[in-house]
Design a binder for this molecule. Structure first.
Ligand SMILES: Nc1ncnc2c1ncn2[C@@H]1O[C@H](COP(=O)(O)OP(=O)(O)OP(=O)(O)O)[C@@H](O)[C@H]1O
Length: 713
């Protein structure tokens, strides 16, 4: 959708239906790469098809092939080594499917030849009978074998299992190596599985399947045309002409007929019709339960209902269903007629020329034409249907991208120095030396030229207005983001020189909006720890007490085993893929016996209690190893008792560690802080103790403090 398009117009302008219906004959308006035309209320844009036969296109394809072929070959070999037996079976099945239709065509023509000879000579010899029997037996054998081969190719369960087992652990590592910067880079992500793909396709299978299937379908057509040439060479001139016509016209029509009205190119579509977007928004408001509480609360039910009717009337009977346009823009009419004559009704054309030939011979030719066209049709449909948007050269490119993803190494952290575990250390010293940072390379600096030192063991506060850069600043300390300028020093050494995992191992952080992982609460709290059946229960109890979450966990349905947001997996067949609708009784069965993926809702404050409990579990577990505690406005949703209690507990456990708190609430903490950094528009506007900052006249800190203090008057 056009981002400049206002979604909810203040006034709905009158709507006019486009005068021309250009559905069947797209009116091309632009001759550059992207072409556009109007389709009902929609604008359609598509890339000009580039897959025409041209020397430059051919050269480009060959160059792409040569570029990607080594990776493709490497991946094919790796797949073979991973799953020798399933791959061999798969390849044998593919070979059988290549020769089966051509062979069957050959056998049927041979049988018809024998029948024709017998009718002409009015006798059937014993050798003819023997040959006939062998041919029929072979025909049936091939039919059975190709049915089995189809099943093997379609199933591929074993092959997928091997691929999953071999490739997924590598991809898991690759994904976990992606740092925050890389996560914003779509190129780095494009070959990694989607987060919802757990029970979906096996890695590299699609590549293998595409390569084998495309080759198979191509070779199948070649083999069929080859057999047809053999058959034609044995027929009389008149029939041979007829056969030749169908053998070459049919593949030509089928192959050259564009698959859609835009030549099979991918396309996008949108509309500038404001009513359309307004109606879509009203539809969502009416049917989404998410908005029901606010709509009910504000008494908007009647308004939505009336507006829906009004805008629906304004839009009239225009089709707003994008499914039709999504599915396909129809091909030009003359292609459909040509297709119908040559491909769908070949026998009608045959019958046209019948009176000029030998009736028996023509009859045999008609049967051969019937069989040949059916077989060719099927193979060409498969060949075409299998062509996704990518060419074979592009499919080869998938292998290259997979290897790129597996080989990804973070650009950010190359340091190797382990952060020292000194028992006598007071805490972690954090120094910012003229540090600047922006979230995007071309974006504004959200941290600008920041300089400060937080001595080891001190308590530091970061305060400032919303958007002043506090969280961004904190994210630089564990190296989640890389400064664009300047350097951060930890205990006197540049952060970049450290093995970042070891520095992070010495930190315990709590951020603003922390979600629980889709695991049990117990697993959340003890993640990474060696299981200790006796100690764990005590640790969890202690952590929950510190995080004010004891009674909350008691109330949860499965206590510590509760999973707040389980990672759900599919439990239903896909309709429209040969499966029918799932009956109510079947759904009831699933509900009664299947595991529940229902989410357990907790309030914002309860979520923060659990996140705080996780922080305390880490602190209690790692003990002295943690030298820096960072809390980024982690108590904003808590009631004041819980907030006070949790902060008191953090301070209690702080010990000799350094602690950095980002806060908007100027409670007792400000008076205890050794250093307060006041952020304003990405810069440290002031720094010092509370007492010092309060004396700085007209200072940002005093203004904020007084505003809050006066708020309670
Ligand atoms: N991932 C991001 N991508 C782009 N810009 C971002 C991103 N995160 C934050 N920003 C922008 O950076 C600026 C500083 O945001 P930051 O979250 O650091 O401020 P803050 O002081 O912590 O705010 P608050 O008090 O509201 O939590 C803001 O303008 C924000 O919009």
């Amino acid at each position: 959708m056009n981002s400049k398009q206002p979604l909810l117009p203040s006034t709905v302008p009158s709507y006019s239906v486009p005068s021309e219906d250009k559905t069947s004959e797209p009116a091309v308006r632009r001759s550059e790469d992207v072409r556009r035309f109007t389709w009902g209320i929609f604008q359609v844009a598509y890339g000009a098809p580039v897959r025409h036969l041209s020397l430059s296109g051919l050269r480009e394809s060959i160059r792409d092939f040569r570029h990607s072929a080594p990776s493709a070959w490497r991946l094919l070999v790796a797949i073979y080594r991973t799953a020798r037996t399933p791959v061999t079976v798969h390849l044998l099945a593919a070979m059988l499917l290549i020769i089966a239709p051509a062979f069957s065509l050959y056998i049927s023509a041979s049988i018809l030849g024998i029948v024709e000879e017998s009718v002409v000579s009015r006798t059937i010899t014993e050798s003819h009978v023997n040959v006939l029997q062998v041919l029929v037996f072979m025909w049936l054998f091939i039919a059975v074998m190709s049915t089995l081969a189809h099943r093997i190719m379609a199933d591929s369960v074993l092959l997928k299992g091997y691929l999953r087992h071999n490739f997924l652990p590598q991809l898991v590592d690759a994904s976990l190596r992606l740092d925050m910067a890389a996560l914003q880079n779509r190129k780095a992500l494009r070959s990694l599985p989607e987060e919802y793909g757990f029970d979906m396709e096996a890695p590299a299978f699609r590549f293998f399947h595409e390569v084998i299937t495309r080759l198979r379908h191509f070779l199948t057509v070649v083999a069929e045309v080859g057999v047809l040439v053999m058959i034609i060479s044995r027929r009389e001139f008149h029939e041979a002409q007829l056969l030749a016509f169908f053998s070459f016209m049919l593949p030509a029509v089928m192959l050259f007929k564009p698959s859609t009205g835009v030549g099979g190119a991918g396309y996008v579509f949108w509309t500038d019709n404001v009513d359309y977007y307004y109606l879509a928004a009203l539809y969502k408001l009416a049917f989404s339960h998410h908005f029901r509480p606010t709509l009910e609360r504000d008494g908007m039910r009647t308004f939505i209902s009336q507006e829906y009717r009004r805008v629906s009337n304004a839009l009239g009977y225009m089709n707003v269903e994008t499914l039709t346009i999504q599915a396909a823009i129809q091909v030009q009419w003359y292609w459909d007629i040509l297709h119908s004559l040559i491909v769908d009704y070949p026998l009608a054309l045959c019958a046209l020329v019948l009176p000029w030939g030998n009736p028996l011979s023509s009859l045999v030719t008609m049967v051969i034409v019937q069989h040949a066209t059916m077989t060719l049709q099927q193979s060409i449909y498969q060949l075409r249907g299998n062509q996704g948007p990518d060419t074979l050269a592009e499919v080869f490119g998938w292998a290259e991208r997979l290897y790129e993803a597996v080989a990804f190494e973070s650009e950010l952290h190359r340091g190797t120095v382990k952060y020292p575990q000194r028992a006598e250390a007071k805490g972690m010293e954090v120094k910012f030396d003229k540090v600047s940072f922006s979230h995007r390379p071309d974006g504004p600096c959200v941290v600008s030229d920041v300089e400060f030192t937080i001595p080891a063991g001190s308590l530091a506060l970061v305060v400032g207005a919303n958007g002043s850069g506090k969280s961004s600043l904190l994210s630089l300390i564990p190296g989640l983001q890389q400064p664009s300028k300047g350097e951060i020093h930890i205990d006197g050494r540049p952060l970049g020189e450290y093995d970042i995992e070891s520095v992070r191992g010495a930190m315990a952080c709590l951020s603003q909006d922390e979600d629980m992982y889709p695991l049990s609460l117990r697993a959340n709290m003890l993640m990474g720890a060696t299981p200790n059946p006796e100690g764990d229960a005590a640790l969890l109890k202690d952590a929950a007490a510190h995080g004010c979450a004891t009674s909350l966990i008691e109330r949860l349905p499965a206590k510590w085993d509760t999973i707040l947001e389980p990672a759900s997996v599919s439990q239903q067949c896909m309709q429209g893929c040969g499966n029918g609708y799932i009956s109510t009784a079947t759904m009831n069965e699933l509900e009664a016996h299947g595991p529940s993926f229902a989410q357990t809702s907790v309030s914002g404050g309860e979520k923060q209690r659990l996140a705080a409990t996780r922080l305390f579990a880490r602190l209690l577990r790692l003990g002295e190893r943690v030298r820096l505690i960072m809390c980024d406005e982690a108590t904003g949703a808590l009631d004041s008792c819980a907030e006070r209690e949790i902060l008191k507990n953090v301070k209690k456990l702080k010990g000799r560690r350094t602690a950095i708190f980002v806060t908007h609430r100027f409670g007792d903490l400000v008076k205890e802080a050794d250093i307060i950094l006041v952020m304003k528009e990405g810069r440290v506007a002031q720094s010092g103790t509370h007492a010092k900052l309060m004396t700085e006249e007209g200072g940002e800190y005093a203004k904020m403090y007084n505003a809050q203090a006066n708020g309670f008057l």
